[in-house]
Ligand binder design. Structure first.
Ligand code: NAD
Length: 361
């Protein structure tokens, strides 16, 4: 029977890379009945709503979605649709594997990390007060009363809630993920020395959860700034990382850098019985419609999706096909060539064609 899956093509390069991934999935022979749902710029133009309710309904009904990146203007306009989807569906665990593929140019070899980012709270909760607003002024007065500390009156304020509940479930998720994937170590990344009641709570909770896995999985802690340096110097010392939302976002881009760039970094947003699969990268608007960018990150996100829906054989075939094409280095996009202007680079579609050819043998 066909799997029914929601498909969101996204903005910018979203439609190109997502369609490439869809074609690759279809080439594996797995039957999927795609239910297309429109969010982002196109939805804004068509329905005056960047995230129409039917998108969330479709994902709730089908339980699984493949999603292209969606643009969020910086500092103004609408809030992130990507964050809104994760929050509305309580997709609390963001799983981002960072794995080296032979043939990709990088300073590092044999990287095999999994970044587990808490997806539901922290500075992404969207609770913000604009500089000069009456709410910001009231809040500043109240905080000064509570704390005896000064906040400049021309400040904007963003709130960082971190709960015991969400910390517990993400750390538990990380340990379970480590067990299921034969991993040996979970490192909790934090800044608890400075933010004692938020990151401090995250760390304390992680230490408590870790006790349940004593003898099965090793537990370590690292402060996020030090972790950034260690990842650059000796990434092979790490295995599974679990982090609050903001550090998870930043560190997963750093790890994408270790394996050769955003073009090959996949991701999944997972809740208790829902999952949305999307690349780590964004909509790269300057490349929109140019058939230029790398479809691998979306295709590897599709590999994660195939594993999630228990189509393991197809997932392995698809990943192996990607590996072969990258290792040959011929039919790959500009970012996987020795220089970005390499005239032998192929387009998004052509790289997907090469992968499909490998799948079909
Ligand atoms: P980005 O990831 O879109 O692009 C940054 C740069 O990375 C690009 O200019 C390009 O050089 C490279 N790149 C990205 N994807 C690539 C690919 N598939 N192949 C080759 N090179 C690739 O980051 P940005 O420019 O900061 O963000 C652009 C927009 O995307 C913003 O509106 C942002 O909010 C949004 N965004 C969306 C998501 C999401 O949908 N989950 C994630 C991150 C950013």
């Amino acid at each position: 029977m066909a799997h029914k899956i929601t498909l969101i093509l996204g903005d910018g390069i979203g439609p190109e890379v997502t369609q490439a991934a869809v074609r690759c999935i279809e080439a594996t022979g797995v039957k999927i009945d795609w239910e297309e749902a429109c969010a982002g710029q196109e939805a804004l133009e068509k329905y005056q709503n960047i995230l129409p309710e039917n998108v969330l309904q479709s994902i709730k009904k089908n339980k699984v979605a493949l999603k292209g990146p969606i643009i969020t203007p910086i500092g103004e306009g609408f809030r992130s649709v990507n964050v809104a989807i994760r929050q509305a569906l309580d997709l609390y665990a963001c799983v981002r594997p960072a794995k080296s593929y032979p043939g990709v140019r990088s300073y590092y070899k044999d990287i095999d990390l999994i970044i587990i980012r808490e997806n539901s709270e922290d500075l992404y909760s969207g609770i913000e007060f604009e500089e000069g607003s009456s709410q910001a002024k009231n809040l500043i007065t109240q905080i000064e009363e509570y704390t005896n500390k000064r906040i400049r009156p021309d400040s904007g304020i963003s709130i960082k809630p971190i709960s015991k509940f969400a910390s517990q479930r993400i750390v538990k998720f990380a340990f379970e993920h480590a067990l299921q994937n034969n991993r040996k170590k979970v490192t909790c990344v934090h800044k608890a020395n400075i933010m004692k009641f938020t990151d401090g709570l995250f760390l304390k909770t992680a230490r408590d959860v870790a006790k349940e896995y004593t003898g099965k999985i090793t537990f370590e802690e690292a402060i996020v700034d030090n972790m950034s340096m260690q990842l650059v110097q000796k990434p092979h010392n790490f295995d599974v990382l679990v982090l609050p939302n903001l550090y998870g976002d930043i560190i997963s881009d750093l790890c994408a850098g270790l394996i050769g760039g955003l073009g090959i970094a996949p991701g999944a947003n997972i809740g208790d019985n829902l999952a949305v699969f999307e690349a780590v990268h964004g909509a790269a608007p300057k490349y929109r419609g140019l058939n230029k960018t790398n479809p691998t990150a979306m295709i590897l996100s599709a590999v994660l999706m195939l594993k999630y829906i228990k189509e393991d054989k197809a997932a392995t075939r698809l990943e192996n096909a990607v590996k072969e094409v990258i290792a040959e280095g011929k039919s790959v996009t500009y970012d996987l060539k020795p220089t970005p202007n390499d005239v032998t680079a192929v387009g998004t579609r052509e790289m997907a064609d090469a992968i499909i050819k490998k799948i079909r043998g």
